[in-house]
Design a protein around this ligand. Sequence first.
Ligand code: MN
Length: 704
Amino acid sequence: MAAVPVLDEKRFAYLKPSDFTRLADAYRFSEAAHAGQKRQSGEPYVSHPLAVAEILAGWRLDGQTLMAAFLHDVMEDASVTKTEISDTFGRPVAELVDGVSKLDKIEFQSAEDAQAGNFRKMLLAMARDVRVILIKLADRLHNMRTLGAVPPAKRRRIARETMEIYAPIANRLGLNALYHELEELAFSHLHPLRYSVLAKATKAARGNRREVISKTEVAMRSKLVDSGIGAAVTGREKHLYSTYKKMVEKQLSFSEVHDIYGFRVVVNTVPDCYLALGALHALYKPIPGKFKDYIAIPKANGYQSLHTALIDPYGLPVEVQIRTEHMHHVAESGVASHWMYKDEEESLSDLQKQAHLWLQSLLEIQNQSGDSAEFLEHVKVDLFPDEVYVFTPKGRIMSLPRGATAVDFAYAVHTDIGNRCVAAKVNGELVPLRGELRNGDRVEIITASHAKPNPAWLQYVRTGKARANIRHFLKTMQYEESASLGERLLEQALKALGTGLAGIDDASWERVVRDSVSRSRQEMLADIGLGKQLPAVIARRLLRHADSARDEAKATGSVTIRGTEGMAVQLASCCRPIPGDQIVGSIKKGQGLVVHATDCAQIERSRRIEPEQWIDVEWDPGTTRLFLAAIKVTVANQRGVLAKVASEIADAGANIDSISMDDDRSLYTTMAFVLEVANRRHLARVMRSLRRLPDVKKIARVRE
Ligand code: MN
């Protein structure tokens, strides 16, 4: 068995001694937590977190990040809790470890390009702290470096994920060296044969041209020295994957691509960059159209350099990058350069601020250089998240605005799903529809064919699509219900005049509609249903009667209601009529038909002085819905009495809609229930069985 590796103090020499001590504690903790676990290569598991921490130390990151690197797998693989980490190493370290563990839990499934983009955004949005991403990237880098030990199928999956997700993120964050290493490693595992052929060919080509290249390098160096510019000139390795990409994209042969070789010139100051450019253009002819000034206009990820291409004395193109030391550093380590460990006490919130400022400045630069919409959207969404990314049951990723609910998700999937949704499952558990979705949630919508949008949804949906669809549905529904009620009201009014709707011809309809504010027959019926038009008046117009409509109030016959008409028919909340009660209806502007109990005290006056507003209505004997009725129960104030009453109600087949109790601590207490019952007989049965309870002293239906 391989020995457990030791912590190499030299690699962490830039840390303060006190930070190093805490780091050593974290290492021991990790070692103990992973004791006995092995990597696929057979090494002790702790060699992995150690390597990850060393990569991060290479980027000179702060102590918290390094501690979190040691601990990054203990939650997943050794079931250590977040609280335990927080108690031992502090909350910030625990948050970092938790952040990395959350990222580990979500798996990229779809091969579509657009999905890869969304997945990257989701990862970045989930990592509130940029350091979580840096740890995750270091973790991935070490896993890629040791991928050879992993079984082939898993190897390919991880390599593909690296190519599509993690390498682009490294690029986005300006971590250039990491970006290229991830790409090269992923390429070598995805296409091992192509990789080795290209590697051999590149090596051979380099050998053939070695003499030419070194002559050019010497000539460039002495030209820069002669011009008085202090500069380091290095030959630049072409990345195999970028060569491969160029061959595929531009359909070129290897020799066509590899005729180009490159140098990097690193100087001290920005003016020196331009001086060096001038000197090299004087040495060899530049290729027109190849010069790019990324100093004046940096790339999206903050990269700065001058790029040019020259023709050497042998007629071969030479690519040159010119940059300062600082630009070189940013090019290599991007956003990580802002987390670099500094000796002086600099609080982490300052560092965070700096990193954000850097990103902000990237935004501004992009604003000026046009071509920014895409980048702007990314950085804004990624690192200042105002969107959430969630999975459908099939693994598709949907992007929604922050605060979006399951209802928004349902409408985003499909309007029909939204209109018929009744419940939602998030990560396998039932949740209320109003619950806020979080990044990485897997959301499943449960629909029912009879379900309809609920007006209450409008209070919490966030997307315009959901809002517009709910409004549209409610409006249409209301309109249809109103029209159907209007038709029944009109039929009744016509019957009172000795005819019916069937007896009205189209010409009469057209004439009446034309002379009214309604735009169509259907709209006129809806207006009647909504109480904007009186049915008796319209009936008379249809029959060309000119008499006052008032007489119609005396008409016999009545309208039948089922109580399922929706918004067009309302049951008055003052008297809460239920089937079996004598009822009467009032038509008010914009309210539709409001149904009261005949003996309701609230309506007495109105029925006397505005009789034309009132019409006879009766219950449809076939109605099956449940109706709300209020009762008051006075009981002996004893333990458990509420439970007894409630279970008696349930046993009688009624639902409890709401309960309220007075706070009375005396001998008796009064409970007010709103129940759902089928009709008057059902309510009577419920009340009878309650009365049988010894604790119940008084019981009455409430109608006021
Ligand atoms: Mn790991």
